[in-house]
Design a protein around this ligand. Sequence first.
Ligand code: ADP
Ligand code: GLC
Length: 475
Amino acid sequence: MNILFAASELSPYAKTGGLGDVSAALPAALRARGHSVSVVLPYYRSARQLLENVTATDLSITVPMGAVPHTARIHTAVTDRGVRLYLVEKEEYYDRSNLYGTATGDYSDNASRFIFFSKVVVELGKYIRPVPQILHLNDWQTGLVPAIVRAQRLPYRTVFTIHNLAFQGSFWAFDFDLTNLPGEYFSPPGVEFYGRLNLMKAGINLAHQVTTVSPRYSREIQTLEFGCGLDGVLRENAHKLSGIMNGADYTKWNPATDEYLAQNFSTRALAGKEACKKALLSAFKLPAGDGPVLGMVSRLANQKGFDLVTSLMDELIAQDVRVIILGSGDSFYEDYFREFARKHPGKVGIKIAFSETLAHEIVAGSDFLLMPSVFEPCGLTQLYAMANGTPPIVHETGGLADSVENYNEHTGQGTGFKFAPYETNALRKAVQRALAVYADKPKLEALRLAAMSKRFSWDGAAAGYERVYEKAMTP
Ligand code: ADP
Ligand code: GLC
């Protein structure tokens, strides 16, 4: 099949979270299965800095934004996975320090930035050879594409993947003018939601197939609790909705070969993990010692369960537990953790940053990964942690529920620790269960080996998407 994959992130060139990892790995996995796949990305400043082999093409694409024509120049490159990449250059929109906004909030012209991107994606499809049959769209930033395809009666079939329903691209009604869609699209079966333009809803309503990144999340989002207001829309579209679990990229997250690690290790030679723990403690200027280390690598956002974490911090450090957190985002949590680290030197390691190196060091060097997300569409960090023999402690939701097998104290089976409901006390108990296993070295080693043996393959996910593409192509 010929596929054009459009996304607002692509690891390692432009990334704020897991979407970047998916855009890197899934197209490569589809290509390995014999499909022709290209990726299209806004030409952000970070991509300018990090991509080395970019060539300018003579293609420029002009689309109307309301009454005003705007032009993008198209550049091409090949990703580090050998996938053809198209870059949409428009400096006034994308040559900025961040992808979506700064600490003070989202960029005020995000509607223009991503409506423009969506329009260029549709036009680009007309120039790519072989001509794409499938436009695979991701999250609200590309949610307008299915609407344009329908309005212009173009021959593409569209697949829209929801990575996170909490971000919807909801803009005031006047921004509808920027879409240049016929007026009837500003209605509940179209792109309108409670009087506003909603690009997530647009994608859900108008794509031929809709997917989300785990089976459990595909069910959860049809409920009031997890639907972020769109549960009714999702129930109406349930006939074309499915959940496909993301994979983990084991070329990047394999402790036996990972170049970021102080020492490599594997199921056959676990000793290196201890060296990684020592190196991690020293990187965070924490005293060496036998006590357990709980690690977190995360956007600092409410989604990730930080209200539960902050409510437990005092108790954790009162025991012989060290907590190491790498993250950035919400300034409330950034300030909280900075202050906590200042008050408790030697007990916690906090780094407010986005660092690939530290992410690998924490995932490999911690004893357990803490990931108590309120909701989690899929979650990749817990997959990376399992691959590194770092059993995750997770809230039983979304992709966390689907990917982690709860440890069974009687049989010794499982790959991590799950808790529910979403309450401090439930998390506390899960942490205590983990610490009890930590105290019993043979059990701990068996648990680590079980976690490391779990595989979440991108090839398997790609096979799932193939079936969705086939459905999308069946009229
Ligand atoms: P989400 O996409 O909701 O943020 P995921 O678990 O799917 O959650 O993916 C998060 C990705 O971002 C992982 O690759 C993780 O390693 C990475 N990540 C998150 N925070 C940081 C950080 N501060 N530094 C480096 N990598 C990070
Ligand atoms: C989103 C979700 C995360 C998921 C990622 C990739 O950022 O929050 O759970 O793993 O997308 O699909």
